[in-house]
Write a protein that binds this ligand. Structure first.
Ligand code: ADE
Length: 356
């Protein structure tokens, strides 16, 4: 069995950055991608949560179909695992069109982005993940493609240089990013709809978990689903991974049903606490408290002390720690909140209490 972390996305990035164990990485990612695809909802009815975005999208899709025009370009942003790629797939299904999925780091050379744009068919959706990582040249190729559905190609050298405008089929670009702030203004301005995906409520996550349990053919009680939901950090990708792991425990160690007790006991063994924090999250909070008097301390210092990648901490650990109020971001660095102290069972000394 592959040894994977509770949030495989985290594992993926860690192993990428440090290449600790490439064999585990390959196995677990292949394994999880297949699982993720098998449980991906295909329709708005099956897609749980993000209610207001879904309503907006349904209207835009109906209007685009009525006008026989492609949908406006869309930008989705928010922490990883909230269903940006899944939603793009649902939109394609609803529009009745094909979707090409890529990510900015694989569009390094001009010919990569030109190639993919020229391969598009009319009405098709192009999904670019991590769009904030697009380089300047690729961005400039995208501008006329998004605005006028054309490519500006140059031929010849210096004095004989000529610009050639090549028409493209009409398409919809869906960009996804965890860092909307890193997108350049001109690129951001070319999206018709910009939407931040929200963390999921316990109730929404419970529905996701029950749906996944059904697909996995495992029995789960209402309280069992809720117990997993509570430790899923508001993120369906994590919820789905946890159901799968708890299902293994339920089958092997218990009587095959995920009850609240089975879920709690299994997740305790997996080191996922009642807030859904795992060992890295807790190590981050602990370090700030123990070594830096609760902060503020810079993210680079934290990453170096934990032998972690800055991007993993910023993109994967921090959004939930910030959202749940355990961590605070200040101009001088990260600080653990009184709630964070309480969560780890630490005392705030007088000095720090005074600072808060
Ligand atoms: N799996 C991942 N995201 C989901 C969602 N929003 N609804 C249902 N299942 C999901």
């Amino acid at each position: 069995m592959a040894i994977i972390s509770d949030d495989n996305f985290k594992n993926e990035k860690r192993l990428d950055s440090k290449q600790k164990n490439p064999i585990i990485k390959t196995e677990s990612i292949e394994y999880d991608k297949t699982f993720e695809n098998s449980i991906r909802p295909k329709t708005f009815e099956d897609y749980i949560g993000q209610t207001s975005l879904k309503e907006t999208l349904k209207i835009s899709i109906e209007a685009a179909k009525l006008r026989e025009k492609p949908l406006d370009h869309l930008l989705f942003y928010g922490p990883p695992g909230l269903g940006k790629t899944t939603l793009a797939g649902v939109i394609a299904e609803q529009m009745g069109c094909d979707i090409k999925i890529t990510s900015a780091p694989s569009l390094e050379r001009p010919r990569d982005i030109i190639g993919i744009l020229m391969s598009l068919k009319g009405g098709e959706i192009l999904f670019i993940d991590e769009i904030h990582r697009l380089n300047k040249v690729a961005e400039e190729i995208l501008y006329p493609a998004m605005e006028d559905f054309s490519l500006d190609m140059t031929t010849g050298k210096s004095q004989t240089v000529k610009t050639l405008r090549v028409p493209l089929p009409k398409f919809t670009l869906i960009g996804a990013t965890t860092k909307a702030g890193e997108l350049s203004g001109p690129l951001r301005d070319r999206f018709g709809i910009i939407y931040r995906l929200q963390f999921y409520t316990i109730d929404e996550l419970s529905q996701v978990i029950k749906r996944t349990a059904k697909i996995l053919d495992i029995n789960i009680t209402e309280d069992g689903a809720k117990a997993i939901a509570k430790r899923s950090r508001g993120t369906p990708r994590i919820a789905n991974r946890l159901v799968k792991r708890v299902a293994d425990f339920a089958i092997i160690k218990y009587d095959g049903v995920i009850t609240a007790e089975v879920a709690d006991k299994s997740l305790d063994v997996l080191n996922i606490d009642e807030f859904g924090l795992d060992t890295t999250d807790r190590a981050m909070l602990n370090l700030i408290i123990e070594k830096y008097d609760g902060g503020p301390v810079g993210i680079e210092t934290i990453a170096a002390a934990l032998s972690e990648d800055v991007r993993t901490l910023e993109d994967v650990c921090e959004p939930y720690l910030l959202q749940s109020g355990l961590l605070q971001r200040t101009p001088r660095g990260r600080k653990v909140s009184p709630e964070g102290y309480r969560h780890l069972g630490k005392n705030i000394n007088n000095l720090q209490q005074h600072l808060f």
